[in-house]
Design a protein around this ligand. Structure first.
Ligand code: ADP
Ligand code: MG
Ligand code: MG
Length: 251
């Protein structure tokens, strides 16, 4: 059974024209889906709508998450129910310690699921375990959330947050033009280590190169608000050769 079922999803920025023009997508637990496509296709809009970011308006269709109407849930509740959007958190919060921030988010999710909250010692142990798993050094944890982080450090922090929050559905929108070699490695190692039979990952990217390191189960092309083509892991390499232009409504 699917974790996520998107049917004929239509959405726009409030007051604007439709950007998503009928998206259909099924994501099962354990799967990694890559969503590729040209600039302006609606990839970031899709991730924003999934996360419930304000400023977007759904004009048609449906999203079921664990069989429930995702669109009926406010953004914070989606997060507590296990939907993680990278870039939901990388706002800079001067004076707020990264660890404090993360523990509050983690315990909000645990309360929602009726799981006991972690005390300071348990939290610290969980932090150590995840840092080890991800091969991340602990120096960035003592700093205020994202303040003055480099691109690679932001990615490291994002992957670490994802590991700590243990989402069921992780959405990574690699919208940055600044995915340098360091950040590319952080994202690909992180995603590969966090692959899990109970977790689905939707990786939005226009970097075919990223998919040399993260081998997806499914690859989709989003173009002009619709998924115009889908394939398996070999499809990404094919796209690198052929481009998007020959695919239906591609821009
Ligand atoms: P992608 O992530 O695939 O590059 P986006 O979802 O960011 O595409 O953008 C889809 C379309 O919506 C583009 O035409 C873009 O110009 C437009 N758009 C994105 N954000 C805004 C905004 N805040 N206000 C108005 N138009 C926007
Ligand atoms: Mg499938
Ligand atoms: Mg984008």
């Amino acid at each position: 059974t699917n974790l996520l079922e998107i049917r004929d999803l239509r959405a726009r920025i409030v007051g604007g024209r439709d950007i998503l023009k009928g998206i259909d997508l099924d994501v099962a637990p354990g799967e990694v889906h890559a969503i590729m496509g040209p600039n302006g296709a609606g990839k970031s809009t899709l991730s924003s709508v999934l996360a419930g970011k304000p400023g977007y308006e759904v004009t048609g269709g449906s999203i079921l998450y664990q069989g429930r109407d995702l669109l009926a849930l406010p953004a914070d509740e989606r997060a507590r129910e296990g939907v993680f959007l990278a870039f939901q958190y990388p706002v800079e919060i001067p004076g707020v310690n990264n660890m404090y921030f993360l523990r509050a988010a983690l315990n909000a999710g645990r309360r929602q699921r009726g799981v006991p909250e972690l005390d300071a010692a348990q939290f610290l142990k969980a932090v150590r375990d995840k840092l080890k798993l991800l091969d991340i050094s602990d120096d960035l944890l003592r700093r205020a959330v994202n303040v003055g982080f480099s691109g690679g450090e932001k990615k490291r922090n994002e992957i670490f947050q994802m590991a700590m929050l243990e989402p069921k559905l992780a959405i990574l929108d690699e919208t940055d033009s600044g995915l340098d070699i360091d950040a590319l490695r952080v994202v690909s190692d992180g995603v590969n280590r966090l692959r899990d039979p109970n977790r689905a990952i939707v990786l939005i990217t226009h970097y075919q190169r990223l998919l040399d390191y993260i081998v997806p189960d499914h690859v989709h092309v989003l173009s002009d608000g619709r998924i115009v083509a889908s394939g398996d892991k070999t499809f990404a390499a094919e796209l690198e050769r052929t481009g998007y232009a020959h695919l239906g409504s591609a821009a």
